[in-house]
Design a protein around this ligand. Structure first.
Ligand SMILES: Cc1ncc(COP(=O)(O)O)c(C=O)c1O
Length: 418
C-alpha cells in the first residue's frame, strides 16, 4: 500500500468544493466530520444529474422511472459490498440511522417476551440506546447497560460478560464512540453474545469514515450507518442477515413491497441521496485504487486499500494532535491518551478546558474558522457519567481530508486559551 502523502491529500481536497471556503482570509478547518463530513464534487454532480435526468418514483413503465430503479438496484449491491456483505437484498435505505433503528427495534421487540433482557452500552450515541429502551418498555423487557471504564472511556468488558445471560435477546453496541473515539471489540462481543443466542446490532456510524466495516468478519446480525458521515449525502443504511430481515415482521403500509429489498423501506426514498451515496463509495474506492501498489482491484479490494491508507494517514494526524494537546496544561483530553494505544481509537478527540465552558472554546475556534462541536453530541450517558453535563466537551474530529497544518493551526488556537 502506498501511504497517503500530503500531496495526494491536497489533490483529494481539490475534489471537495467546501474545503475551499474561507473565513477571514483563511480556509475553514473542518473538524466537524463526526457530525457530518463534506462531500466531493462527484456526489454533488451525481445528485444534480439524478434530478436533471431521472427524477421519478419507483416502479414506473417509463424511462425516467426505469433509470431511477436501475440506480437504486445498483446501490443495493454496492452498499452490500461496502459493509462486507454479498447480497444487495440485505441492504435497506432510509432517512438516517436513527429512523432505521427505531423501525428495527419496534419489529424485533415483537419477538421479545417479558423476562427477556437486552443490553445497550453507556458509551454509545443515544440513537443506539433509546430506540432499544423504548422497544424494551413496549415489550416488558429489562434493559442492561454496560458500564464505561471512565479512566480511558473503554467499555467495561467484565461488566458486559456479567450482564450477558441466556435471557439476553439483543446486544446493541457502537463500533466506535462518536464522542471520545474509542473503538469497541466488536468480534469479541459478537461471539460472546452468540454463545447465549443473542443477536447483535452494530452502530457503525462513527466507524464508517475511518475503517473498513465488515459484517462477515464481525459476524454481527445487523449494522447501521449513515452516508453523510462518509462523504455522501444524508442517507441511512441498514444491513441485516437475510433470514432475519425475511422472518421479522416489518411495519408496512399494505400496497408497499413485502419482499426484500423493499420490505424494510417505508414511503418514497430519497433516490437522489441513494445515487449520491453511490458516488461517495466511488470516491472512497478511488482512494483505494490510487493507494494500491499494483494491479486491478475489485471495488471491495479498493475499499480495503482505501481504508488501510486512510487509517495510516489519520493515525499520523492523531499522533500529532495527542502530542500537541498533552503539552497544553489547561486542557484535558478524555478517553485513550497514549500514543501506544492509537489502535484502540479513532482520530476523534473530546477535550475540556479547566475553566472555560466548552461552548466558549467552540465559539473561539469557530471565530477563527475552525469548525468543532461542543456538548454531548448525543452520547448523553457518557457525558453524564464523566460528570460533563450540562457543559459537555469540545470535539475535534479529524478525517483523511485534514492536513497536518490544520492540526497545527488548531493546536495554536487552543494554546491561545492556555
Ligand atoms: C455513533 C452515532 N450513531 C448514530 C448517529 C445517528 O445517526 P443519524 O443522524 O444517521 O440518525 C450518530 C450521529 O451523529 C452517531 O455519531
Amino acid at each position: 500500500m502506498k501511504p497517503l502523502s500530503e500531496g495526494r491529500v491536497i489533490e483529494l481536497r481539490g475534489q471537495f468544493p467546501a474545503l475551499a471556503r474561507e473565513h477571514q482570509g483563511l480556509p475553514l478547518v473542518y473538524l466537524d466530520g463526526p457530525a457530518g463530513t463534506q462531500v466531493p464534487r462527484r456526489v454533488i454532480e451525481a445528485m444534480s444529474e439524478y434530478f436533471s435526468r431521472c427524477n421519478a418514483n419507483h416502479g414506473g413503465q417509463f424511462p425516467t422511472s426505469q433509470d431511477s430503479d436501475a440506480w437504486v438496484d445498483r446501490a443495493h449491491d454496492a452498499f452490500a459490498d461496502f459493509v462486507g456483505a454479498k447480497d444487495g437484498r440485505e441492504m435497506v435505505f432510509g432517512q438516517n440511522m436513527t429512523s432505521l433503528t427505531f423501525a428495527l427495534a419496534r419489529a424485533l421487540a415483537k419477538t421479545w417476551e417479558p423476562g427477556d433482557e437486552i443490553i445497550v452500552t453507556r458509551l454509545d450515541h443515544d440513537a443506539n440506546v433509546t430506540p432499544w429502551v423504548l422497544a424494551a418498555q413496549d415489550a416488558g423487557v429489562t434493559v442492561q447497560y454496560v458500564r464505561t471504564r471512565l479512566e480511558d472511556c473503554t467499555l467495561d468488558m467484565e461488566d458486559f460478560r456479567q450482564k450477558l445471560t441466556e435471557k439476553t435477546r439483543l446486544v446493541a453496541v457502537g463500533a466506535a464512540s462518536n464522542s471520545v473515539g474509542t473503538i469497541n471489540p466488536i468480534s469479541e462481543m459478537v461471539s460472546a453474545a452468540h454463545h447465549f443466542g443473542a443477536k447483535v446490532f452494530v452502530d457503525a456510524v462513527h466507524y464508517a469514515p475511518h475503517q473498513r466495516m465488515d459484517v462477515k468478519a464481525w459476524n454481527c446480525d445487523f449494522l447501521a450507518c449513515s452516508a453523510y458521515k462518509y462523504f455522501g449525502p444524508h442517507l441511512g443504511i441498514l444491513w441485516g442477515r437475510r433470514e432475519l430481515l425475511e422472518s421479522l415482521e416489518a411495519y408496512k403500509v399494505r400496497p408497499a413491497p413485502h419482499e426484500l429489498p423493499g420490505k424494510w423501506m417505508t414511503g418514497t426514498q430519497s433516490f437522489e441521496s441513494i445515487v449520491g451515496g453511490l458516488a461517495a463509495l466511488d470516491y472512497i474506492a478511488e482512494i483505494g485504487k490510487s493507494s494500491a501498489e499494483d494491479g486491478e482491484l475489485s471495488q471491495s479490494q479498493a475499499y480495503d486499500s482505501a481504508f488501510r491508507a486512510i487509517r495510516e494517514y489519520e493515525m499520523r494526524l492523531a499522533s500529532q494532535f495527542i502530542g500537541g494537546i498533552s503539552a497544553l496544561s489547561r486542557f484535558k483530553l478524555w478517553g485513550i491518551q497514549s500514543k501506544d494505544r492509537l489502535a484502540e481509537r479513532m482520530p476523534t478527540f473530546a477535550v475540556t478546558h479547566e475553566s472555560m465552558p466548552s461552548i466558549e472554546v467552540a465559539r473561539y475556534l469557530g471565530e477563527k474558522g475552525i469548525c468543532v462541536w461542543h456538548g454531548h453530541y448525543y452520547a448523553l450517558n457518557l457525558s453524564t457519567d464523566l460528570g460533563r453535563e450540562p457543559a459537555g466537551m469540545v470535539r475535534l474530529g479529524l478525517t483523511h481530508y485534514n492536513l497536518a497544518a490544520e492540526v497545527e493551526r488548531t493546536l495554536g488556537a487552543l494554546a491561545e486559551l492556555g
